[in-house]
Design a binder for this molecule. Structure first.
Ligand code: CA
Length: 228
């Protein structure tokens, strides 16, 4: 699934270059060339990310961002500022931009920032579920608090993240590739074997009978499925 990006930028050349670049990377790109149009699009449609130039006709990028946040839109915003506009960056971050990039920038830099923001947003989407219960296990994901039959269970950070990922996608088969991306973020040295080991630990700690798991199921040749 490709992320949808809104590009709000008034320099025609840059709009063209960036649209091409992002499309080639597999993103779906829409653009707006002034502040009011950008704000209307960003408010009215679902985007995964907004790239927002600061200097725009009609309404500055700062104003657009401020209004988006004011109306509760939490879409990630990457601000584009001109060189030396330090004030813009500081103000931008203060009013809710997630990151900024100084013009002129190189394509790889932009792509790296975009990927990081999308990844962060994806992680945060998993966050709201505070507590979850299955069998006699209770998990408070926010406090990283796990008990089994009322007895505290200690889970390592990655075990908890893995559990949260599985729980969040409960009922669905989650492939090892997806876990490598979603939980381990393609950390070097992490293989599907790492995942299997973590799953085994989770079962050991949370299942009544780890050999015959009731919650964390293996889907042969594919990955895992959580069901409760
Ligand atoms: Ca501009």
């Amino acid at each position: 699934m490709s992320a949808r990006i809104l590009l709000v930028e008034d320099e025609p050349g840059l709009v063209l270059t960036l649209s091409d670049l992002l499309s080639m990377e597999g993103y779906t790109v829409e653009s707006a060339t002034d502040g009011p149009t950008g704000l209307a699009k960003a408010s009215g449609e679902a985007f995964d990310l907004v790239i927002l130039d600061v200097m725009l006709p009609g309404k500055s990028g700062l104003e657009v961002c401020r209004e988006l946040r004011f109306h509760g839109k939490d879409v990630p915003v990457l601000m584009l500022t001109a060189k030396s506009q330090l004030v813009d960056r500081v103000v931008g971050l203060k009013i809710g931009a997630d990151d900024y990039l100084t013009k002129p920038f190189e394509a790889p830099e932009l792509l790296a920032r975009i990927e990081a923001l999308l990844r962060r947003a994806k992680k945060e989407k998993l966050a709201p579920m505070g507590r979850f219960q299955f069998g006699n296990v209770e998990v408070d994901f926010e406090k990283a608090d796990v008990t089994k039959g009322g007895v505290p269970v200690s889970l390592a950070g990655k075990e908890l993240e893995l559990l949260r990922y599985l729980v969040d996608h409960r009922g669905n088969v989650v492939s090892r590739d997806e876990l490598l991306e979603g939980v381990w973020e393609y950390q070097p040295g992490v293989s599907s074997r790492t995942i299997d080991v973590h799953v085994a630990w989770l079962r050991q700690k949370l299942e009544e009978n780890p050999q015959n798991p009731k919650f964390i199921h293996t889907v042969r040749g594919v990955g895992y499925r959580f069901s409760a």
